[in-house]
Design a protein around this ligand. Structure first.
Ligand SMILES: [Zn+2]
Length: 311
């Protein structure tokens, strides 16, 4: 009888684990400051390393856990959940989504199913209601199979944040800064005030050329200016290593965006065709940075089209 009871009590554990295909990449939480942790993704393209190419984080308070971003597959989120469980048994109360890009939101279902509330910046539904969202999920079900599969679904936020918002959980205080359409259709950062740790989402790519895509780069550069005035001890970028040198961590993205704006604004002003402008620009300051070859021309073209629209 005792054996049977033991078996029954273990059943939910087994069935939960079976829902998510195991990952072979190592998902490890690092403690930064006080109760602030982050899970550093690897440096690679969207479908490399089983999709483990972005960062996420979590903060443990006396009343529960606040998670920041959910990684690029439910399997990765489940591995992150296991890391949280090594630190605390407290409930996961809240997931803050920096922005709706696949590599930050595909793990949401794991936390939602556990009862966490999901908060996301205004603009989340621009993504969720777009054609890109189901199309990308379809292709990721092949490219990231079996970690993204038929059981993977997009989770809608429970609450939309459209202005700077302070909140607390237990004795812990937090500040959400809403930036509007910056790197994506809506971005926000999370500052854990008790730990002086800032989670920036994709406002910052450390150690590699950022993904510009559909970004609004002038506003993005302005947001970085704002970010550089925040008082903090630790900085966690959306991609790349966290550090206790925030200005250094922000440096590459800041320089790169301002370079794109300066060079391509001049080209748009002079009505120089893109190809001609691209070839004439001296990229040597950035050409040795990781992801330059795959990202730079696309970024420059996206920036050119954007500047043509807004200048
Ligand atoms: Zn992104």
């Amino acid at each position: 009888m005792r054996k049977l009871l033991l078996l029954l009590s273990l059943l939910p554990l087994f069935s939960q684990a079976a829902d998510y295909e195991k990952v072979s990449v190592e998902v490890t939480a690092e403690n930064l400051n006080g109760s602030a942790y982050y899970v550093p993704g690897l440096s690679g393209a969207a479908t490399e390393y089983e999709g483990f190419i972005s960062n996420a984080g979590f903060i443990v308070t006396n009343e529960g856990v606040v998670v920041f971003d959910s990684l690029g597959t439910p399997s990765l989120a489940h591995a992150m959940r296991d890391e949280i469980r090594k630190v605390t048994n407290k409930p996961i109360k809240l997931v803050i989504v920096s922005h709706y890009h696949a590599d930050h939101v595909y793990g949401l279902q794991v936390f939602k199913e556990e009862g966490a509330e999901i908060w996301a910046p205004k603009g989340a539904f621009d993504y969720l209601d777009s054609e890109t969202a189901p199309n990308l999920l379809d292709s990721r079900r092949t490219e990231l199979y079996p970690w993204v599969n038929d059981k993977t679904y997009l989770v809608e936020p429970d609450r939309i944040i459209d202005q700077d918002t302070e909140f607390s959980l237990g004795s812990h205080k937090f500040l959400l800064t809403y930036f509007g359409k910056v790197h994506s259709e809506g971005d926000m950062s999370l500052l854990s005030l008790n730990d002086q740790t800032l989670y920036s989402g994709d406002l910052i790519f450390e150690g590699r050329i950022p993904f510009v895509g559909d970004a609004h780069i002038i506003k993005w550069a302005e947001a970085l200016q704002q970010l550089s005035n925040v008082e903090m001890e630790y900085f966690v970028p959306g991609h790349g290593m966290a550090s206790d040198q925030p200005q250094e961590t922000m440096n590459l993205t800041y320089r790169y965006l301002n370079f794109l704006i300066k060079q391509l604004s001049a080209a748009v002003d002079e009505m120089t065709p893109f190809d001609e402008a691209y070839t004439a620009i001296d990229w040597s300051e950035f050409e040795d940075e990781p992801a330059f070859d795959v990202a730079n021309r696309k970024n420059a073209y996206a920036a050119y089209l954007y500047l043509e629209r807004v200048l």
